[in-house]
Ligand binder design. Structure first.
Ligand code: TEU
Length: 569
């Protein structure tokens, strides 16, 4: 699929988008900071608990900021920390200019932003403009019949003789129809409202000037408090095709098909207005969450007067196979460079099976299409040792690439997916809404293991149950167990991030090196990166070994599932 889109020989690329645009302040090697940043995703509910209630919070994050600084990252992206009934772990927001009481308050938010800055870390927040919580005052007013409030959401009469059928055939991302019918206080059914995600997440109507103004205020509110940028949740969903036509066969949006609910051209105008606000401030950045059909569609969001960057998710969907990795890398670089944006690499996040576990099973010959398909993940035993080896190799590959990298909390510890969460402890709305067809995302959201040999592994200081259970066999994976051990995954991350930052984050773009099938090799300045995705060792190429994912820097062959960095000058 990707191959079709790749044209010719891609050697001359401006891969970190050297053409600077908008108001960018030059940093490292004359580039704006975000063009080469390593960003750490902090899933706050599972990061660290500071007040002993089993739920991560701002106090916990503050107490671990020095740990983040010790990793050698440039920025932290914090998942939604606003007041929320937590039906979708904070992606159901009641008020965007306040803090979830279980996480802290605004003064703590100000403190963590200031403390991060003093450690040299930028702070990126998550903004959720596609939908609010059904508990949000506007939606509650809408349900109570306030016409102005109803205009801020998408209400429609049902089809069928008495309106008993949803207004169109759109499916919710979490399963079932994307519409829920309202019922008044006398129990009489009324109109339906649209929810592309959970029923507790009604979609905003972006034709409403109130909605537009509100989010402009939200941006200013946080920019004024010093945040350095926003990750835009479901950035491809805000505008729907006019008339809300049926989708027909195109029931499932994600990867290849046009769909009237997603990626509509009208959305770009919203981002132009956001960019104008952002440019009133210095050095701020947007990163869009875009699950769109291809990188050409994605690049349209990155035009000079729109968003700075977007996640290019193909890399995270790529199996551990050199041929597909190369296609995906080339395609991402090409399309980003055409609009002067840096490519963006990500291996895991809070929505997908952790990559240690993805790599622990046989690798398909195509990009992963669904992360929640039970048969894919349950029919084959995971070889986690192999998964970790491949994950370590993939890290060196990713960190050697030009552009921005995103790291998801816990990957620096080599955490696998927790696949055996007892059913009664699972909370992801995907599970209930898909009537159990979907395994859900809880397994990649487990509270981090910090220390000790048994749950809660230092995540919380009390014996209160953590909000999701932790596995009993993670004692070797804690920060404490890995800290200072040169063979640990944690120390590999620290070492590799330091080298990347000091030596080649801003190196020239990559040039491929001819290599046998199954081996991927490229050069960036004096750095060479080789990754062996075959089952056999290959001879170590000439040069001096800087770092290898498999172990000590000796000159033995490059093992199966290993990557190596060499310097050649
Ligand atoms: O995810 C949006 C989204 O579309 C994903 O569920 C996507 O479908 C999937 O990762 C890959 O196919 C965002 C948040 O990241 C997610 O946690 C929220 O549940 C969702 O929005 C609703 O806000």
């Amino acid at each position: 699929m990707i191959a079709r889109e790749i044209s010719g020989d891609l050697v001359v690329l401006d891969a970190i988008g050297l053409r600077s645009r908008g108001r960018e302040t030059a940093g490292r090697a004359g580039l704006a900071w975000w063009r080469t940043a390593a960003v750490y995703q902090c899933y706050i509910r599972s990061f660290a608990d500071g007040n002993g209630d089993g739920v991560g919070d701002i106090a916990g994050l503050r107490s671990r900021l020095s740990y983040l600084a010790s990793l050698g990252i440039d920025a932290v992206w914090i998942n939604p920390w606003y007041p929320s009934p937590q039906h979708d772990v904070g992606y159901d927001v009641i008020e965007y200019r306040a803090i979830e009481p279980a996480y802290g308050d605004l003064s703590e938010a100000d403190a963590v932003i200031a403390e991060a800055h003093s450690l040299g870390l930028k702070v990126i927040l998550d903004i959720v403009p596609n939908h609010s919580s059904s508990q949000a005052p506007w939606f509650q007013a809408a349900l109570a019949g306030d016409e102005a409030a109803r205009a801020r959401y998408i209400f429609r009469p049902g089809r069928g003789s008495s309106g008993e059928l949803p207004p169109n055939d759109w499916a919710s991302e979490f399963g079932g129809p994307a519409w829920a019918r309202t019922i008044d206080e006398l129990g009489r059914p009324g109109e339906w409202y649209l929810h592309l995600f959970g029923a507790q997440q009604p979609d905003f109507n972006w034709d409403s000037p109130d909605v537009r103004r509100y989010f402009e205020d939200v941006l200013r509110f946080w920019f004024d408090r010093g945040v350095d940028g926003f990750r835009i949740d479901v950035a491809y969903g805000l505008v729907k095709a006019s008339g809300l036509p049926d989708a027909g066969e195109r029931g499932y949006i994600q990867y290849n098909e046009e769909h009237p609910a997603w990626d509509q051209d009208g959305v770009h105008e919203i981002y132009r207005s956001w960019r104008a606000i952002c440019d009133e401030y210095e050095d701020r950045v947007f990163v869009a969450e875009l699950w769109v059909r291809n990188n050409e569609r994605l690049a349209a969001y990155l035009r000079a007067d729109e968003l700075h960057t977007a996640f290019q998710f193909d890399f995270l969907r790529t199996p551990f196979r050199a041929d597909l990795m190369r296609e995906v890398i080339d395609n991402a670089r090409l399309r980003a460079s055409e609009v002067g944006a840096p490519p963006t690499w990500v291996l895991s996040n809070h929505d997908v099976v952790r990559h240690v576990t993805r790599y622990a099973r046989s690798q398909p010959d195509h990009l992963v299409e669904s992360f929640w398909d039970k048969s894919r993940w349950e029919d084959e035993q995971a070889d986690l040792g192999r998964g970790v080896r491949r994950a370590r190799a993939a890290l060196l590959l990713m960190l050697a690439l030009p552009g921005i990298v995103y790291l998801y909390q816990g990957e620096e510890l080599g955490l696998p997916e927790f696949e055996d969460i007892p059913q009664e402890h699972r909370v992801d709305p995907r599970i209930t809404q898909s009537e159990g067809a979907d395994v859900g995302r809880d397994g990649c959201r487990i509270p981090l293991p910090w220390s000790g040999t048994a749950p809660p592994y230092g995540f919380t200081e009390t014996d209160t149950a953590t909000w999701l259970p932790q596995p009993v066999d993670w004692s070797a994976l804690t920060v404490e167990a890995q800290d200072g051990d040169p063979s640990s995954t944690l120390e590999l991350y620290r070492h590799a991030l330091r080298l990347r930052r000091e030596q080649f984050a801003d190196a020239p773009d990559l040039e491929w090196i001819d290599a046998p099938a199954g081996i991927l090799a490229f050069r960036r300045g004096s750095l060479e990166c080789w990754i062996n995705t075959t089952s056999d060792p290959v001879a170590m190429p000439p040069g001096s070994v800087l770092l290898r994912s498999g172990g000590e820097p000796v000159d033995g062959p490059v093992a199966a599932d290993e990557a190596v960095w060499l310097t050649t000058s």
